[in-house]
Ligand binder design. Structure first.
Ligand code: ARG
Length: 467
């Protein structure tokens, strides 16, 4: 049969069985081209590999494959040169590519969908897209880590009060704070890389749900696309979206870390804390109160976390009741993933910029670290060295803190005789033990805030950034 005696629908990839036209509002509702246009390049790559697979399977001759793949590449150029090329009233990016291909190579373009369904096609394009995006995000997390290392080195020996329950607890090095977030982002990078591994499996060749009926060498198609392997079950391959859920969930974790870091800095740059100064580049003013300088950049980092968590919930809820295999519900995956990637990407950029525009007020932070009995634990440790059991020492120091509070004095402002009324074992050497330096120095086990340990970790961090 030739085209003349086959009636084809001009508008859809699936018109033959239909006699009626789709309702216009439904067609609009059904259409994903407005957003899946972002898969254009990935879907072209997938289509080129599929055409080569069809050649291996004897469906296309080498000449036919050459003209199909050539046309697919031309399409990328045409789109690059003229944005209007992308304006076409089609259902989705896959329909767009097939329609444009037929424009370029005529009936030959109608062969390219042999042995393939949009179900394995979209899963393939989506995975390719997400793989690239994951790589880009890993690079951006690295940039935030670099900014943290730079900020640590800018204030190499500065001290801040460390908090638990947001109550002053013990002094820590500023660099220790910076490296705490470095560690969180390091794990995020591991998670992104791990998620990437599971994303990098090729569904193409699963066709609609049962597998392709053509002898396509899936392994070599996968190799051409840089996939590490091929899916082992066609039903699973066209209908799983774990990789999308996992991507958004790893991104949620990144946002948790960005948001906590933002929250710390928002507190630190308030007048109440006064440790951190943000430059004008990342601050805003108030339309009413002339004196205000607000940390909007940081607040948006914190706020956008909620948006990404929302996408994670949306994906989980969308998937939970779906029968095997593909269901159109799954088209909803795109916007959730695209907006997640966009949000995390811009947040990572802004986090890097904000860190680069942050300065620690070393004097203020140190002053605060010296007030509020942050050396109480050190006094207990001092008594432990005098052979007093820790629990007894803890109790005695508690009573000394009470005495200090009554007299309006810090522990190191009490005289030896004042201290001896509570603990006779205390002597003149107590003041050395109560100093911030001694407190820091004593935390010398791995992971502690002693200057030596933090110095080692800073070097290790720099090595990671170089590799
Ligand atoms: N736009 C669709 C999606 O994103 C492509 C797959 C459509 N497949 C189908 N059988 N209708 O999921």
């Amino acid at each position: 049969m030739t085209d003349q005696n086959i009636r084809e629908s001009k508008d859809q990839l699936w018109g033959g069985r239909f006699t009626g036209k789709p309702d216009e509002r439904f067609a609009e509702f059904n259409r994903s081209f407005g957003f899946d246009i972002r898969l254009f390049e990935a879907d072209i790559r997938g289509s080129i590999a599929h055409a080569n697979g069809l050649t291996g399977a004897g469906v296309l001759s080498s000449e036919e494959a050459a003209s199909v793949t050539g046309a697919l590449r031309t399409m990328l150029e045409l789109a690059g040169n003229d944005p209007a090329y992308m304006l076409l009233d089609v259902e989705d990016v896959h329909s767009f590519i097939e329609t444009r291909l037929i424009e370029l190579v005529g009936d030959l373009g109608k062969k390219v969908h042999t042995g393939r369904s949009r179900n394995d096609q979209v899963a393939t394009a989506f995975r390719l897209w997400m793989r690239d995006e994951t790589d880009a995000l890993i690079g951006k997390v690295r940039n935030v880590q670099s900014a943290l290392v730079v900020l640590a080195e800018k204030h190499r020996s500065a001290v801040i009060p460390g908090y638990t329950h947001l109550q002053r607890a013990q002094p820590v090095l500023w660099a220790h704070w910076c490296l705490a977030y470095f560690e969180m982002f390091e794990r995020d990078i591991e998670r992104l890389a791990d998620a990437r591994r599971r994303t990098n499996v090729m569904p193409l060749g699963s066709a609609a749900l049962a597998g392709t009926a053509y002898p396509i060498d899936r392994e070599s198609v996968a190799q051409e696309l840089g996939f590490e392997g091929v899916s082992r079950n066609s039903l699973d391959a066209v209908s799983d979206r774990d990789f999308a859920v996992e991507f958004v969930s790893v991104c949620s974790m990144v946002m948790v870390h960005l948001s906590r870091m933002a929250e710390d800095l928002i507190l630190y740059c308030s007048q109440e804390f006064g440790f951190v100064k943000l430059s004008d580049a990342v601050s805003t003013g108030s339309s009413l109160m002339p004196q205000k300088k607000n940390p909007d950049a940081l607040e948006l980092l914190r706020g956008k976390a909620g948006r990404v968590f929302g996408h994670q919930m949306a994906l989980l809820a969308m998937m939970k009741g779906l029968p095997l295999a593909y269901n159109k519900d799954m088209q909803e995956d795109k916007e959730a993933v695209f907006d997640t990637a966009d949000s995390v990407s811009i947040c990572l950029d802004v986090a890097e910029i904000t860190l680069n525009n942050s300065t620690l007020n070393e004097q203020k932070a140190r002053e605060v670290a010296g007030k509020g009995y942050l050396n109480a634990t050190e006094l207990a440790d001092y008594l432990v060295k005098k052979n007093i059991p820790f629990r007894t020492a803890h109790d005695a120091v508690g009573r000394l803190v009470l005495a200090g509070l009554e007299k309006g004095k810090e522990l190191n402002e009490l005289s030896v005789s004042e201290m001896q009324t509570v603990v006779p074992e205390i002597s003149e050497d107590v003041y050395e033990a109560l100093s911030i330096e001694s407190s820091l120095r004593s935390k010398s086990a791995i992971g502690g805030t002693s200057p030596v340990r933090v110095g080692e970790e800073l070097e290790a961090a720099k090595k990671k950034l170089e590799s």
